[in-house]
Design a protein around this ligand. Structure first.
Ligand code: NAP
Length: 332
């Protein structure tokens, strides 16, 4: 397959490029070149894609079997690229998000659930959910049923620049008593970037279009299996102290950001780790075991170091003093 990856140097894009090269695809990447080169073997093109003329010049008269776009910014950039490529590529895979569903995400929803409004011509990305929905509409406007909308949930695995699992791994490596947010058996839903990449590529090969929730089945892992795997790869220095969700809430600790990955099992977050993924599984999605994802994430961090916090996003993680205060309160 001749593949064009718009992006290709961060988390999902990097996994797509590496997976495609490993299976013998001919890969071109398009980005600004500020994040470093793509994997060896890919042909890099450079442009700021928010500048349509620069994008057109960089793409030249190239044609591809498929495009995969990981863009998370303003929808207009998806629209410009997709319009430019509609006659020169067979398929457009857009990495979208389950954030497009109206909040709070109901329990067990499939792809027919109501989505937020989005404008494919929007030049702003201030509202993430609206931007992802606008990106979906822009991809469909140009590619119709040749557009694939991969509605990912939480994405983990190597190269995770969002820093969620990196924070947990660093915390567990430090050791001692660690606040482990309960319940232990809380089912999780996430996807390893490499499993998402493999599915995107296989879908591109088959010309699969439409919207798919692309995360693991609920309960593929639990809070316990995730954190125990992380404790084990970091040298078993940590003692996981399971804290009930009511205690975490009473302490005013923010789910998702202060305790990355974790959300309480009730209330507005109920559906977040419980989406219907039967369509993606029927279309070939497979998810590797959590221990493999965690071990490979740890190996990547050892080899390349921790990613910097992303500008304009809330920092991940819990202040160590607050953590110990909550644990002390639990013991007394
Ligand atoms: N993390 C999650 O849990 C999660 C969950 C659901 C969905 N998602 C979605 O998953 C996707 C993740 O994508 P990703 O991991 O590949 O990371 P990303 O942060 O979207 O990667 C950005 C890529 O685009 C390039 N780029 C940035 N600005 C550019 C510009 N102005 N012109 C041209 N290229 C530009 C970057 O390279 P240069 O900087 O070198 O240009 C880089 O290669 C996003 O769409 C996100 O919305 C994430």
């Amino acid at each position: 397959m001749r593949l064009l990856v718009l992006g290709g140097t961060h988390h999902v894009g990097r996994a797509v490029v590496e997976t495609a090269l490993a299976q013998g695809d001919q890969v071109t990447t398009l980005n600004r070149g500020v994040s470093g080169p793509p994997a060896a073997g890919a042909q890099p093109l450079h442009a700021d894609r928010t500048d349509p003329a620069a994008l057109a010049a960089a793409l030249g008269d190239g044609s591809w079997d498929a495009v995969i776009d990981t863009w998370s910014g303003a929808p207009a950039a998806v629209g410009q690229a997709a319009a430019l490529l509609a006659g020169r590529a067979g398929h457009y895979g857009y990495v979208s998000s389950r954030s497009v569903y109206q909040w709070p995400i109901p329990d067990g929803i499939d792809e027919s659930a109501p989505v937020v409004a989005g404008d494919p011509a929007d030049t702003s990305s201030a509202d993430y959910a609206a931007a992802k929905r606008g990106g979906e509409l822009a991809a469909v406007a140009a590619f119709g049923d040749r557009a694939l909308l991969a509605r990912a949930g939480l994405i983990l695995g190597p190269y995770e620049i969002a820093g969620r699992m990196p924070w947990w791994l660093r915390r567990l490596e430090r050791g001692g008593d660690v606040l482990a947010p309960g319940p232990r058996d809380r089912p999780l839903q996430y996807i390893d970037c490499r499993d998402l990449a493999a599915w995107l590529l296989s879908a591109a090969d088959r010309g699969l279009g439409g919207a798919f929730n692309t995360v693991s089945e609920p309960g593929h892992a639990t809070m316990a299996s995730l954190l125990e795997a992380a404790r084990d790869v970091t040298g078993q220095r940590a003692n996981l102290i399971w804290v009930p969700p009511e205690v975490i809430e009473a302490a005013g600790i923010e789910p998702w950001t202060e305790l990355p990955v974790w959300v309480p099992p009730t209330g507005e977050y109920t559906g977040l780790h419980n989406g219907d993924v039967s369509a993606a599984y029927a279309a070939g999605l497979r998810c590797r075991p959590v221990a493999q994802t965690i071990a490979d994430t740890w190996r990547w961090l050892q080899a390349e170091g921790y990613p910097p916090e992303r500008a304009g996003r809330p920092a991940n993680g819990l202040d160590p003093e607050r953590e110990q205060q909550v644990l002390a309160g639990l013991a007394s």
